[in-house]
Write a new protein. Sequence first.
Length: 175
Amino acid sequence: MRVSATAGKRAATHSPTPEGSRILPSGMPSTHTSLHIHVVFSTKDRLPLIDPSWRGDLHGFLGGCLKRLDAFPQEIGGVADHVHLLVGIKPVHAIADLVREVKRVSSAWIKEDQRVRRFAWQEGYGAFSVSGSGVEAVRRYIRDQERHHRRRTFQDEYREFLEKHAIDFDERYLW
């Protein structure tokens, strides 16, 4: 029996091979991923409840929530009625679980620390995959939210995302 070492502390055991043949690797010794998600969600009924005086604190808080969930916040921004999160995730993450937990914890923080008692996030969200080569463009887009929304609404922006990513939707169920 022949044993060949692989990366890490594991070893793979191989059966004897005929003379002159090669043993092909059984697989990659580790996992390599580049998983980036652009998440967008709004305040309930798109009410402009995110005040500029604490918006930066909210973005920092959202980043902290993501880190506690073992995700990698890459850019966070938004305006009075919605937020954008560019997040690096691991293969074990479920996007729905990440978003649900971030919304739950941040909603409680806004109600308690910012004293916006009627605050709530919308029920759903948008999540769009971003290639590694597209990360910087999405970061710039998120940083430039104030300027974007001087000329178009969240609804127009969100429809454009859905169309750009070829996601079918029925307008009756968006808002």
